[in-house]
Ligand binder design. Structure first.
Ligand SMILES: Cc1ncc(COP(=O)(O)O)c(C=O)c1O
Length: 415
């Protein structure tokens, strides 16, 4: 059998929908300046699906820093991996500033958040160790664990009783192997917006011996009094042993970092394969990240504005009778009853008749019978945007309840 056979016969769980959905539901092109309004299919739409939380993506100082750095350095420098020929004082400066910001002794840059996460996990555990992780862990955590030769135990999302049970099992194993336990959770769960129960997990440290690692992709820049993350929000920076943040969301860039005690970061620097065997982040990314971090620290008004939009949006939706689940973060899910056909029609209706562009999720990502519309408020949205969106969502809910989303004509079908 030809290995390429599957590309035609079984293009994968998402790929099988490519023909009907590509360009509209999947791989849509949002054009124009990064903003609350962007062009989609030639029309201006109100966009709620960008993780540009603080609105820095198009901030004039950020754009200038990016452009100046590209003009001065180009995209090539430095050439090679950090360890070989890709080290600069700017990479080190960014690491120092990131570490200070998240209240840790040291930090190390990652070329991409995803690959970085995979490599941190891979470097941190060996076959004697056990990983205990939340069932809603992001794909990068799952992929990191695929490289792990030892045991791994999952606990149902945020279920502390189950976590305790898994820690008991893990403890029995490491008592035999002589290894350790790594617990992995997210700070903010990026789909549902609820927080990892860091306070309760940390309490379990009294009973069990483990290290806690958080993926704070959505919490960095948005959570905590200074925006330093979900562990700052809980006042637990000293208890979270390993901290991961990405530049792909609040920082509106690319890359990421890991932060911890000095000796842990030093170990990772010499053992994360995706960083040892890959080219260093180019200068515009590094200089650009320094500028973004400076704005995070010196202009809290972006976070304040974000939260004023978050509060208005979430309150408005709840007051209008919509179910936003258990979010405690800017991520705002709206749960409705229905399946893939309704999800498809609602998305189409929102985009074509109300000019609202948001992401939509259905089974199997969430339980059967539910649809989730996911809204990401940002500092560049306005209260008028919120008002319009709340009214529209109330209308969509009413239409759904009146069975108005069964009209085949409006539908772009997914097989
Ligand atoms: C929870 C979480 N972890 C990690 C990542 C990966 O980060 P990056 O986009 O920097 O690769 C993402 C998505 O971007 C994410 O949502």
């Amino acid at each position: 059998m030809d290995v390429f056979n599957k590309c035609v016969v079984n293009p994968g769980p998402l790929g099988k929908y490519a023909k009907q959905t590509e360009g509209y539901f999947m791989f849509p092109k949002l054009e124009g300046e990064l903003s609350n309004y962007m062009m989609f299919e030639g029309k201006k739409r109100l966009v709620w699906s960008l993780n540009n939380y603080l609105g820095l993506g198009n901030h004039p100082e950020v754009r200038k820093a990016d452009a100046d750095a590209a003009a001065e350095w180009g995209m090539a420098y430095p050439m090679g991996a950090r360890m070989m020929s890709g080290q600069t004082k700017y990479h080190e400066q960014l690491e120092k500033e990131l570490a200070d910001f998240v209240g840790r002794e040291a930090a190390y840059l990652l070329n991409y958040g995803y690959q970085g996460m995979v490599s941190i996990i891979n470097a941190m555990v060996d076959r004697k160790d056990v990983i205990v992780y939340d069932s809603e862990a992001h794909a990068c955590i799952i992929d990191g664990m695929r490289l792990h030769f030892g045991k791994r135990f999952v606990y149902p999302h945020n279920n502390m009783e189950n976590l305790e049970r898994e820690l008991e099992r893990a403890t029995k194993i490491v008592n035999k192997t002589g290894g350790g336990i790594l617990v992995i959770t997210e700070g903010v769960y990026g789909m549902s917006g609820d927080l990892g129960k860091l306070d309760e997990i940390v309490k379990l440290k009294k009973k069990f011996n483990f290290r806690l690692f958080i993926d704070d992709a959505h919490g960095f820049g948005t959570m905590g009094p200074t925006g330093a993350g979900t562990d700052e929000h809980f006042g637990l920076q000293n208890e979270v042993d390993l901290y991961f943040g990405t530049f792909a969301k609040s920082m509106a860039g690319i890359g990421g970092f890991v932060a911890a005690k000095k000796e842990i970061v030093k170990y990772l620097q010499y053992n994360m394969r995706s960083q040892i065997f890959a080219k260093s982040l180019p200068m515009p990314m590094v200089i650009g990240a320094l500028k973004r971090l400076e704005l995070l620290r010196s202009q809290p008004e972006h976070k304040d504005k974000l939260w004023s939009i978050v509060t208005a949006l979430q309150k408005g939706l709840v007051d209008a009778g919509l179910n936003i689940g258990n979010t405690n973060s800017p991520v705002t899910p709206v749960f409705l009853n229905g399946g893939v056909p309704e999800a498809t029609q609602i998305t189409y209706d929102l985009r074509e008749n109300y000019n609202i562009f948001c992401s939509i999720v259905a089974y199997p990502v969430i339980p059967k019978g539910l649809i989730m519309l996911r809204l990401i408020p940002t500092a560049i949205h306005t209260l008028e945007d919120v008002d319009y969106t709340v009214k529209t969502f109330a209308e969509v809910k009413r239409k759904l309840e009146n069975n108005e989303y069964i009209d085949e004509i409006k539908v772009i079908t997914i097989e």
